[in-house]
Design a protein around this ligand. Structure first.
Ligand code: FES
Ligand code: FE2
Length: 332
C-alpha cells in the first residue's frame, strides 16, 4: 500500500513538473507567513499561485507540507487532525500523511515559514537579522496587483512624490531625487540602486529630522526586495519585502521594518504606524493598477521617464533568468 502510494506520488510529481502545470514553482523559496501568525497546533492552508498547500507541524516543531488535496478521493486536508505521531489525518477516510507523503520542503527561517519544492540553498536573508541593535516590525498586506506590478512598485523611485505626498507621507514634489547609481551583480539575479532622497517635512520625523537621506535598494530575483535608508550616526531603516503570488491579480507582501534607532515600545508602535500608513498609500495605487491581460502586457513599458534606467537592468535580470518564476499565471 505504502509502495503504491509512493509510486503514485512520484508519477504525480513527474506529471506536475513536466506537464508544466506549475513548473515555475520548482526553483524558488516562497515565504508563506510570519511564524508569529502561525498556529502550530492545527493544519494550515496556503496558496502559492494556483497551488494549494497544507502545512502541519509534527510535535508542534517540525513543519511538513503536502498538496491540500488528499490523493485518495480528493478531500481537502486542512480540516484534518494531527495525531500523536505527528501525522495529518484526512477527514474523509482517515488516510494518514507522514513525512514520506510530504510534498516539497517547509522550513522556518528568520521568523518566517518558507516552502520550496526542490531548493537546497537557504531562503533570502534579512540584513543584520542577528544583530541585536536592530528591532523588527513585521507586517503583511495583500495587494490587488500582479507580481510584476508589485516588483516595479518596490524599485520605483518616482512614485513617492505622487503617492506618498499626503500629510502623512514622505514624498516631496520638489525635485527630490539625486545621485542615482545602478549596480549590477555577477550572479545576474540582483539589481542595486543608490540615490539621495530629499523628503518633505511631513513624515520626516521617521528619518530623524534628516532632510536628505542616502537610500540603497536591492531587488533580488524573483520575490525579494529591500531598501535601506541611511541616516546620521550610522542609523539605518531597512524595509525588507518578500512577495507571495496568490492569484494573478493578488500578491501578498511580507514586510519587515528593521531599524537600529527608535527602539522603545512607543517608538516601535510609531514606526509600525508610519509603515502601515505608507503601505496603505501603495495599496491604494495597487488597487487601481489595470488588471492582468494580454492587452496590458503589450501596451505598457513603452515609455521611459526620468530615473528609470534601472528598469532596463530589471528586464535583463528577468530575461536572463528566464525560468518563468514570475509567470505563474499563463495569461500574464
Ligand atoms: S479522501 Fe482522503 S482518505 Fe479518502
Ligand atoms: Fe511606495
Amino acid at each position: 500500500m505504502i509502495i503504491l502510494m509512493r509510486i503514485l506520488l512520484l508519477l504525480l510529481e513527474i506529471q506536475i513538473i513536466y506537464g508544466l502545470v506549475i513548473s515555475p514553482l520548482f526553483n524558488n523559496w516562497y515565504c508563506l507567513d510570519f511564524i508569529k501568525n502561525v498556529d502550530k497546533s492545527k493544519p494550515l492552508k496556503f496558496n502559492i499561485g494556483e497551488m494549494p498547500l497544507v502545512v502541519w507541524f509534527k510535535n508542534e516543531t517540525t513543519p511538513l507540507s503536502t498538496i491540500n488535496i488528499c490523493s485518495h478521493q480528493g478531500s481537502t486536508l486542512d480540516s484534518g487532525k494531527i495525531n500523536n505521531k505527528g501525522c495529518l489525518i484526512c477527514p474523509y477516510h482517515g488516510l494518514s500523511h507522514d513525512k514520506s507523503m510530504a510534498y516539497g520542503k517547509t522550513i522556518i527561517h528568520e521568523g518566517k515559514l518558507w516552502w520550496s519544492y526542490n531548493n537546497y540553498k537557504k531562503p533570502p536573508s534579512i540584513p543584520f537579522y542577528n544583530n541585536k541593535n536592530y528591532k523588527r516590525t513585521e507586517i503583511s498586506v495583500d495587494m490587488n496587483a500582479n507580481i510584476l506590478d508589485c516588483i516595479h512598485n518596490l524599485i520605483d523611485i518616482n512614485h513617492p512624490q505622487f503617492i506618498h505626498n499626503s500629510i502623512l507621507g514622505f514624498g516631496n514634489t520638489n525635485d527630490p531625487i539625486s545621485n542615482v547609481k545602478i549596480f549590477n551583480y555577477k550572479n545576474k539575479k540582483k539589481l542595486g540602486l543608490s540615490l539621495n532622497y530629499k523628503s518633505n517635512t511631513k513624515l520626516r520625523y521617521v528619518k530623524q529630522e534628516l532632510k536628505t537621506s542616502n537610500n540603497f535598494h536591492i531587488y533580488d530575483y524573483p520575490f525579494t526586495s529591500w531598501s535601506r535608508v541611511s541616516l546620521n550616526n550610522k542609523q539605518n531603516l531597512f524595509v525588507y519585502v518578500n512577495l507571495l503570488p496568490l492569484t494573478k491579480d493578488t500578491t501578498r507582501w511580507f514586510i519587515t521594518l528593521s531599524h537600529n534607532y527608535w527602539k522603545s515600545d512607543v517608538e516601535m508602535k510609531l514606526m509600525e504606524l508610519a509603515g502601515r500608513i505608507i503601505l496603505d498609500q501603495d495599496k491604494d495605487q495597487m488597487n487601481i493598477q489595470a488588471k492582468t491581460s494580454k492587452l496590458k502586457s503589450l501596451w505598457i513599458n513603452k515609455i521611459k521617464i526620468n530615473n528609470e534606467n534601472h528598469l532596463e537592468d530589471l528586464r535583463k535580470i528577468i530575461k536572463t533568468n528566464n525560468d518563468n518564476s514570475l509567470d505563474l499565471f499563463p495569461s500574464i
